[in-house]
Design a protein around this ligand. Structure first.
Ligand code: IMP
Ligand code: MG
Length: 409
């Protein structure tokens, strides 16, 4: 069996964690390849909610867990998650790549500092230090996970740099000591480990964080995260050959959400938006912020499917649409009187884009039962398959693990 990448096709929070959990059984390991503790992956089992920020969502299926070099690693956040797991009587089988970029308290401070400098144009970051950590890596100032464990940790130049614009830097000593303990015995070479699993005939699942439209280069810059979010980044983010990427499953919510600032053409303001937010529990899993809510945007989806080479789709949260009377899908944008359905072309002027909607049969009041797709839902699925030219192989109609339906073998 081939490896599989699960990637978010919108602005994150598409329900990737749930899909990873659903599929994990078939795989030997689950691997994070990008982002950091800005992610919040929520899984509900038997009414209990689990939220992971750094630990791959395959934990609940007792899989081998790997955190690749493309991840910005905050050892203390990871420690918190490992403690939670231990309190449950569990133990995570975790390998962290030595080359992971570290997030120290300084990068978090810098994240908050830059947001303040931006004033009204703040990005609305999660303040988890993700952007600064990748930036410090590009400046070759930040140490890596392996440096902490191997005794080659040196932040002297970084601290001199920070002192030029930040006051009252805390002593890094205690952080360093604690972090070293978290990482000790857990670091190694993730790419090599994946290749060995593949060579032994086992496949792995790549768990994406955030979504395509938050990609540092291909998203809605500057309102993006500090890393690549696209599936194309898997081989580079993990140190494995391109041929090991395998299949790409795109995850899209049946509507759209976005946390933080930036253009959002299909945003719904007012009562319907509020209803979807409440029913869909659309509050950030990392920061608790209310998520902005909008209709499904086919223009963005087409772009994301094409760019990532998506081979199949998972559509999530269809049940939430049964709580609202309207049902729309955006099929094009109108920008300065011109219509386009080409997202790349629209990107530079996305803030001025007015959505062109197609009304769809409403889901209102329809009962979504396990293993049955009622008319309006079937209609939406077929519409998306026709437009996007990929099969919708999974449909999720509730937060429970059991409310995920397979459509094709
Ligand atoms: P950062 O990743 O903390 O730098 O935040 C940059 C932007 O990405 C902000 O708009 C965040 O709200 C958004 N963001 C980062 N991580 C996630 C996520 O996991 N889900 C949704 N939005 C995210
Ligand atoms: Mg999330």
């Amino acid at each position: 069996m081939r490896n599989l990448c699960i990637v978010g096709l919108q602005w994150g929070d598409e329900g990737k964690g749930k899909i990873v959990d659903f599929y994990a059984d078939r795989f030997e390991g689950v691997v994070r390849y990008n982002g950091g503790s800005n992610a919040g992956h929520t899984i509900v089992i038997g009414g209990r909610m689990f939220v992971f920020h750094l630990l791959p969502s395959g934990y609940l299926k007792k899989k081998k867990l790997l955190i690749g070099p493309g991840v910005a690693l905050d050892p203390l956040t990871l420690d918190g998650e490992l403690q939670l797991v231990r309190n449950e009587g569990g133990e995570a089988d975790l390998l962290i790549d030595e080359r992971c970029t570290l997030v120290t308290p300084f990068e978090k401070q810098m994240d908050a500092f830059i947001e303040t400098l931006r004033g009204e144009n703040a990005l609305g970051t999660t303040k988890r230090g993700i952007g600064p950590s990748y930036a410090m890596r590009a400046l070759r100032l930040t140490p890596r996970a392996g440096d902490l464990v191997n005794g080659t940790f040196d932040m002297d130049a970084a601290i001199s740099f920070y002192k030029t614009f930040m006051k009252d830097l805390p002593d890094l000593g205690p952080w360093k000591e604690e972090s070293r303990k978290v990482l000790a015995g857990r670091t190694g070479n993730v790419g090599e480990s994946i290749m060995a699993m593949n060579e032994a005939g086992h496949s792995v699942l790549f768990e994406g964080a955030q979504g395509v439209l938050l990609d540092l280069v291909y998203g809605t810059y500057p309102y993006v995260t500090g890393a690549h979010t696209i599936a194309n980044y898997v081989p580079a983010g993990l140190g494995i050959p391109n041929t090991s990427l395998g299949d790409v499953m795109g995850v899209a919510k049946a509507y759209t959400t976005r946390v933080g600032g930036g253009p959002f053409p299909t945003e719904i303001l007012g009562e319907t938006g509020e209803k979807i937010r409440t029913e869909g529990k659309e509050y950030g899993a990392t920061t608790g912020r209310p998520r902005r809510v909008g209709w499904l945007d086919l223009v963005g989806l087409k772009y994301a499917v094409r760019l990532n080479g998506v081979s199949e789709l998972a559509l999530t949260k269809l049940d939430i649409l049964a709580k609202v009377k309207e049902m729309k899908v955006c099929i094009a944008y109108s920008i300065d009187g011109e219509e386009t359905s080409n997202f790349s072309r629209a990107l530079p002027k996305l803030a001025a884009a007015k959505p062109v909607y197609m009304d769809m049969p409403s889901f209102f009041g329809v009962e979504l039962r396990e293993h049955q797709l009622p008319g309006p839902a079937q209609n939406l699925v077929e519409f998306l398959e026709n437009e996007l030219k990929v099969k919708v192989t999974l449909v999720s109609m509730g937060e429970e693990r059991s409310a995920t339906m397979k459509r094709h073998a």
